[in-house]
Design a protein around this ligand. Structure first.
Ligand code: ADP
Length: 554
């Protein structure tokens, strides 16, 4: 049997690019992209991508070159998810919240050959390019080009502004100048790089995570399945496409012949308006977006007539918040992942026998991060030192580890971090969790956020979920604060629904009634808002810096 050889007919490199070609055949007239006043169908989207890929080749973009882009969720960014790899290049979608210094760092580290910039981001990108150019001049190294990338503006497709920079090239011009008969560079090896995504650096310096065509294909397929996304979904882009390529749904919506509803901003009105207008069926977001939807003023809301399925992840969704958003009529699926895992790696797969459980229990089960998506071979929780699995008791904490073909190829030009991340055939997530008898994993913290008080590990996530249950608390984040006797003790930063509705004493009394004594925060600080990344993660290191300044008496 082993003598049966692979051939071009039965061994084709796996790539999500095939989803677009297929969509143009199977759903040619179905709306593919909607943005403001502009709409395309799948046939047009395919043709536009072919044209753009051709134009990129004409600009000397070659195999493995990096094409960076700084843009919100507009049609151009969606199309580049196909057109850039069709040209053989690697897509690097940059976080739109980064400052000029970080943009320069990414352009430099990735050695971007072309840099697409949405018109709104021209000022910050120009500053980034200025820093990059002076940096390149000062540090002439033989392996780095001494000039920056070719810069191309993405003007507003609906209401063009005429803003241009440098080369004066503009995205739509490239589409027009391209050849719609061009079918792209033939992919020979599915291990070739498809995308490069920099981690947001919430716990360490940003690292360049490289995805392969194969990994992205398998991840996309698994997530469509794990979320049970049926054909022809209407997908609202409430999640930034730059975040792990929209958790692979940039490719996934094409695979299902869906409609991409693109929006520039994720404010309450934009979301409600678009959900209602286009009968949105699916969206992804971080838990922070739930608060935006829940707290919306009446004039910002619209009546919703569809069942909206939300895939939530990126940060722990407290059980209490899950209950509230489901009460509003949304259908929630919880997923856990990280940039290195091509977005979600675990999904909290719902068991039908849980349907009859009391509300509280259901929310508690749904708040668990879940089980591996199909592309993953395995997930486990291990003692980080010995790499021995912890007991499946839902109590013993260890490092969450993953293994499977949807994981990244590795970090770009960073052997040290690659050696740290992959160990004994496992990928170490840097997250601490527990595993239950039924194989479901629950995250307790990021390793760096665990509070170690008098030798006891305190999970900030657990503490936050208790605080969240209090009706008057809108948001809470708990971090370690130095303590003269215990080493560290928890310090809670709290945002109240109404200012002055509670005192520090009220919260401490509530905590004493609802958690073990050693977990009770030693200090509560009221703030108007918590510092967060655009992907909805609380910037805990900023809070830790504040907590360091507090003096605790024994
Ligand atoms: P960065 O690591 O750059 O901040 P990522 O998007 O890769 O950005 O963040 C991944 C991290 O987000 C995970 O390691 C985990 O700590 C957290 N995370 C993701 N999904 C969940 C979830 N469902 N529950 C709790 N934490 C989550």
């Amino acid at each position: 049997m082993n003598r049966l050889a692979k051939c071009l007919a039965n061994y084709v490199p796996l790539t999500p690019l095939t989803f677009l070609k297929r969509a143009s055949v199977v759903y040619p007239n179905r709306t593919s992209v909607i943005y403001d006043g502009v709409q395309f169908n799948w046939n047009q989207t395919y043709e536009r991508c072919c044209r753009l890929a051709y134009s990129l080749r004409s600009l000397n973009v070659a195999r493995n070159d990096v094409v960076s882009v700084l843009a919100p969720n507009v049609p151009a960014l969606y199309e580049m998810h196909f057109a850039v790899p069709m040209a053989g290049a690697v897509l690097n979608a940059i976080n739109t919240r980064l400052d000029a210094k970080n943009i320069a760092t990414i352009l430099r580290h990735s050695e971007a050959k072309v840099f697409f910039v949405d018109y709104e981001y021209v000022p910050i990108a120009s500053e980034g390019l200025r820093l990059l150019t002076s940096d390149l001049k000062d540090n002439k190294s033989p392996d780095q080009p001494s000039t920056g990338p070719l810069v191309i503006v993405i003007d507003d497709i609906s209401k063009p502004t005429g803003i241009r920079v440098g080369s004066k090239l503009e995205y739509e011009q490239l589409i027009q100048d391209g050849d719609l008969e061009y079918k792209g560079v033939e992919l020979k090896d599915e291990w070739d790089a498809l995308a490069l995504n920099y981690t947001s650096g919430t716990t360490s310096a940003p690292k360049g995570v490289v995805y392969s065509h194969r990994g992205a294909f398998l991840s996309t397929m698994s997530l469509i399945q794990g979320w049970e996304m049926s054909t022809e979904p209407v997908f609202l882009w409430s999640l930034p496409m730059f975040h792990c390529n929209g958790w692979t749904f940039t490719w996934g919506v094409a695979a299902r012949g869906g409609t991409n509803v693109c929006i520039r901003n994720t404010n309450a009105n934009e979301m409600y308006r678009n959900i209602a207008k286009y009968n949105v069926t699916h969206m992804c977001c971080a838990p922070v977006v739930f608060n935006i939807l829940l707290e919306a003023k009446s004039h910002e809301r619209c009546e919703i007539n569809t069942k909206v399925n939300i895939l939530v992840g990126g940060a722990p969704p407290p059980a209490a918040l899950l209950e509230k958003i489901e009460d509003l009529g949304f259908n929630i699926t919880h997923a856990y992942g990280l940039t290195e895992a091509t977005g979600p790696a675990l999904v909290c797969e719902w068991k039908s026998n849980w349907n009859s459980l009391p509300r509280d229990d259901k929310a508690r089960l749904k708040a668990r991060q879940g089980v591996s998506i199909l592309a993953l071979d395995e997930v486990d929780v291990k003692n980080k030192e010995t790499m021995v699995s912890v007991p499946r008791d839902g109590k013993t904490m260890g490092e969450i580890v993953l293994r499977g073909s949807s994981l990244m190829k590795g970090y770009l030009k960073d052997d040290k971090e690659n050696t740290k991340a992959f160990r004994n055939g496992w990928f170490l997530t840097g997250d601490v969790g527990v595993i239950y008898l039924d194989g479901y994993v629950e995250i307790k913290d990021r390793s760096k956020d665990v509070i170690i008080s008098g030798g006891e590990n305190i999970s900030s996530v657990e503490l936050e979920s208790v605080l969240f249950k209090h009706y008057a608390i809108l948001e809470a984040a708990v971090v370690a604060m130095p303590h003269p006797r215990w080493g560290e003790s928890p310090c809670a930063f709290v945002v109240l629904r109404k200012t002055n509705e509670l005192t520090e004493q009220d919260i401490l009394v509530y905590c004493k009634q609802n958690m073990s004594r050693f977990m009770v925060p030693r200090k509560v600080v009221f703030v108007n808002e918590l510092p967060k990344t655009i992907t909805g993660k609380v910037l805990k290191y900023e809070l830790r810096e504040v907590a360091k300044t507090f003096k605790i008496d024994i």
